[in-house]
Ligand binder design. Structure first.
Ligand SMILES: [Cu+2]
Length: 477
């Protein structure tokens, strides 16, 4: 296959270098037979043939969307991409989503970052077989932000995502609308993924204890390398790391700082300046880039670095922008973006007895949390939480690999981080649903468990770690 021209080869990014070293709506909507949805969509997971280059087509798996009820802009397809449609909702929307499984194996969808009930969260327990369907009914409670959806059956999440199953889930709200942020064609969303292809051009999924990696960079479900033409104006750019296992280390080519305005759980309270930053699997970053003072033909790229690199070291472009001769709108960054309730240590019921989670490889069990892998209907005493409580959890990573830890349910906030070695640059500001633990990192997070009772998951979002089997239940009672 003819991929090499546009290939992004990551030889300098080999993993061996690593081995060295809110506030939420408190209203709980009961979903019952009287639930009357504002928006109804159908998402079918099925085989899909996509032409990723002019030379060959690739058979993979995609979500196909269909709008049954609601605004036309609820679903937008990305032409030529294997990604599912980008979904768009407003906070407060009552949503029904019918998932149809036409894959040759069982599956279920998880709405990543959304605060929904146990039945709507895509727990592996609810996976449906080939030919079956699953109906989700929930109210979108989250703030405006970039969330996403992907499969979550136990043991096969990595394979299904690598085969193409994923899509964006954008939430809008009034707070965001009142801020004058770049919009329409000056707002751009990107999904970064790496993929491996075989000689026939088909997806080559190779899970290892390090995770599944690719040597071709995909942006929005297409092979990367296209230069993006931008007007002389300010752009809002959001990126999801949709890779199974790859952590990106990113910076701008012109040495300018990045004005971060949002994170996993939507807008920050105030702009945060970033230089070289990590974007781990499932993390999102939201920032403004100002091309207003640039000349026609000028280029700026977002470059990726080795995980232990410093600015100025070798890097490869991931996204390249070229300024055209059109005048775009110019925006300044609002002094206050979107405030949220800051959780204090003293609010946690366990502030003198912090729960500890050690991320380790256990003999005969693979990747674990505190020495324990996933057990379908099991949780330990320390994994039971009283409804309404706020807790502090401490994750510690004594291994030589990064572990992006994702906790389902309400978003959390990062209280503290201690790092050793060269690994600096985690995205810790704002409301988070995933926290990156680089080798040696110790991180404390604080989280409210106050919206839904039931069983939820926390796990590593290196999808091969999750599958084998760095995932556990926690139960809110
Ligand atoms: Cu991991």
């Amino acid at each position: 296959m003819e991929l090499s021209r546009r290939n992004f080869l990551y030889s300098s990014l080999s993993i061996s270098t690593l081995a060295m070293t809110n506030s939420f709506a408190s209203v709980i909507e009961k979903v019952d037979s009287t639930f009357s949805p504002d928006v109804i969509i159908e998402l079918t997971a099925q085989e899909n043939r996509v032409s990723l280059t002019s030379d060959f087509s690739t058979m993979l798996w995609s979500y196909k969307g269909r709008l049954i009820k609601g605004p036309q802009d609820t679903l937008s397809e990305i032409k030529g991409s294997y990604l599912g449609p980008s979904l768009q909702f407003n906070t407060g929307d009552k949503v029904k989503i019918i998932f149809r499984n036409k894959l040759p194996e069982s599956s279920i969808i998880h709405w990543h970052g959304l605060d929904v009930s146990h039945e709507n969260d895509g727990h592996p327990h609810f996976a449906v077989n080939t030919g079956e369907s699953y109906e989700y009914n929930f109210v979108v409670q989250n703030r405006a932000g970039m969330y996403w959806y992907h499969p979550h059956p136990h043991g096969r999440t990595g394979k299904q995502v690598f085969n193409g199953l994923a899509g964006l889930f954008i939430v809008r709200d009034q707070v965001e609308k009142k801020l004058t942020l770049p919009n329409n064609d000056q707002e751009m969303n990107f999904v970064f993924q790496d993929r491996l292809f075989d000689k026939q051009g088909n997806i080559d999924y190779r899970p290892t204890m390090m995770g599944a990696h690719g040597n071709v960079l995909m942006v929005n479900g297409k092979i990367a390398g296209e230069t993006i033409s931008v007007k002389q104006g300010t752009y809002r750019i959001r990126i999801l790391n949709g890779c199974n296992a790859r952590v990106f280390n990113l910076a701008l080519s012109n040495g300018l700082k990045i004005s971060q305005i949002g994170s996993d759980g939507g807008l920050l309270e105030k702009v945060n300046e970033l230089e070289l930053f990590y974007l781990a699997p499932s993390e999102r970053v939201d920032f403004l880039l100002d091309f207003s003072e640039m000349k026609t033909g000028e280029k700026v790229s977002l470059d990726m670095y080795n995980l232990s690199a410093k600015l100025g070291d070798d890097s490869h472009p991931v996204l390249e922008f070229e300024v055209n001769n059109l005048k775009g709108e110019r925006f300044s960054i609002p002094e206050t973006l979107a405030p949220y309730k800051k959780l204090k240590r003293s609010e946690a019921v366990n502030n003198i007895n912090i729960k500890k989670f050690e991320l380790v490889m256990a003999h005969g069990k693979g990747w674990t949390i505190n020495g324990q892998g996933y057990e379908a209907d099991r949780y330990e005493d320390y994994e039971i939480i009283n409804f309404g409580d706020t807790e502090i959890w401490e994750f510690y990573n004594p291994t030589g690999m990064p572990h992006p830890m994702h906790i389902h349910g309400t978003p959390f906030q990062i209280l503290s981080r201690t790092s050793v070695g060269p690994f600096k640059g985690s995205l810790d500001e704002g409301l988070k649903d995933t926290v990156l633990l680089m080798p040696g990192d110790r991180v404390q997070i604080i989280k409210e468990f106050n919206t839904f009772k039931g069983v939820f998951l926390y796990h590593c979002h290196n999808l091969e770690h999750e599958d084998f089997s760095m995932m556990r239940n926690y139960k809110i009672v």
